[in-house]
Design a protein around this ligand. Structure first.
Ligand SMILES: [Zn+2]
Length: 347
């Protein structure tokens, strides 16, 4: 693959040639050495990672950062107490396992909550999306834009207890992933309170059945692919409230994600959050972002810690707020990043 940056009105200056294996490190080096935010473009020949689908979106999306005033005014409205109360609420179901009755109820209740948040907006709607092979629905909230091009902010709503395979086994999933759903809810809350009317169509997705092989997101992304929907970008929030890496606020997962969009996120973090971050590899299809990558859409996954320092209690009956000192402090930056991402991509 070739890493380039824009040079002249339409030209590209080649910076380096590399293999996709070295991609994460090269991207990180470029970013930190040059101190430049954005401006790099990578072009791939042949397969995109292990992705059987062709990359559908243009490699030349507008990743410039030019809506600072709006982003900063929205970011200032992020509320840690509200993030916390939504984590408390969504982790109060005994389990959100995809086969459990409380897992179905949790998604129905989330549908109600999101509908309530946007009830005054005539360009917004919320749907329960049914899946063919299992009964837990996904929840999709749409801010209809001027165009039908889509920006997706997602996270999974289900939880799992890896030590007990009974459907009703306790799995509060406070970090994984009530915290990601709370971040989405916060971004929805702030956009809707500010009557944000988007240029492109913005979709918030709480996926069903991620923990059992990305079932909900594979289904939805497959439908988008079949319908030829132009997805401009996808961001995944899966675990946002556990500070596992003492020296970092955020980690961008570099495998099974899109390099250009990851660099854009790095620029957003440097511009708006000014907080330390690094790339890390997941090594496997570790979240719903993989489903979108698999379909050929540009997806990113900002994670809460390095993979080797991840929350030791996820997928157990002890994934509670205790490990986050009963606060939502670590999630605040993720909600801010969600706002910066959607506003700066929506042009
Ligand atoms: Zn998760």
């Amino acid at each position: 693959m070739t890493i380039t940056r824009p040079h002249g009105p339409e030209g590209l200056l080649t910076l380096t040639q590399t293999t996709s294996k070295e991609l994460g490190e090269i991207a990180e080096t470029l970013h930190h050495q040059t101190g430049r935010c954005g401006g790099f473009v990578a072009s791939y020949e042949g397969e995109f990672f292990n992705n059987p689908a062709q990359n559908k979106s243009s490699a030349f999306l507008n990743y410039s950062i030019e809506r600072k005033e709006l982003v900063q005014s929205l970011m200032a409205q992020v509320s840690e107490p509200r993030l916390l109360s939504n984590i408390v609420w969504f982790s109060s179901y005994p389990t959100r396992f995809y086969l459990s009755s409380s897992g179905i109820k949790a998604m129905q209740d989330l549908h109600q909550k999101w509908a309530q948040l946007v009830r005054h907006l005539n360009f917004a709607k919320v749907e329960l999306v049914k899946h063919k092979h299992f009964s837990q629905p996904s929840v999709v909230l749409t801010f209809q834009g001027v165009t039908n091009d889509v920006i997706v902010l997602g996270g999974h709503g289900d939880s799992i207890n890896k030590d007990d395979d009974r459907p009703n086994a306790v799995s509060p999933g406070a970090d994984d992933n009530a915290s990601g759903i709370s971040v989405l809810t916060e971004v929805i809350h702030i956009l809707s309170q500010n009557d944000y009317k988007p240029q492109n169509t913005i979709k918030f997705m709480a996926y069903a059945a991620e923990e059992v092989g990305l079932l909900g997101s594979m289904d939805i992304s497959g439908q988008y692919e079949d319908q030829g929907v132009n997805v401009l970008g996808v961001i995944q929030f899966d675990g946002t409230n556990y500070k596992g890496s003492k020296d970092l606020s955020m980690v961008l997962i570099s495998d099974h994600t899109n390099l250009q969009q990851n660099m854009f996120l790095g620029s957003l973090i440097d511009t708006y959050l000014r907080t330390p971050w690094r790339y890390d590899k997941c090594g496997y299809a570790c979240s719903d972002s993989y489903s979108w990558t698999y379909r050929g859409y540009p997806a990113s996954f900002p994670a809460e810690s390095r993979i080797k320092e991840e929350n030791p209690r996820i997928h157990t009956s002890n994934d509670t707020l205790e490990l986050s000192a009963n606060t939502a402090i670590h999630s605040v930056n993720f909600a801010k990043l969600g706002l910066a991402y959607v506003i700066e991509l929506d042009k």
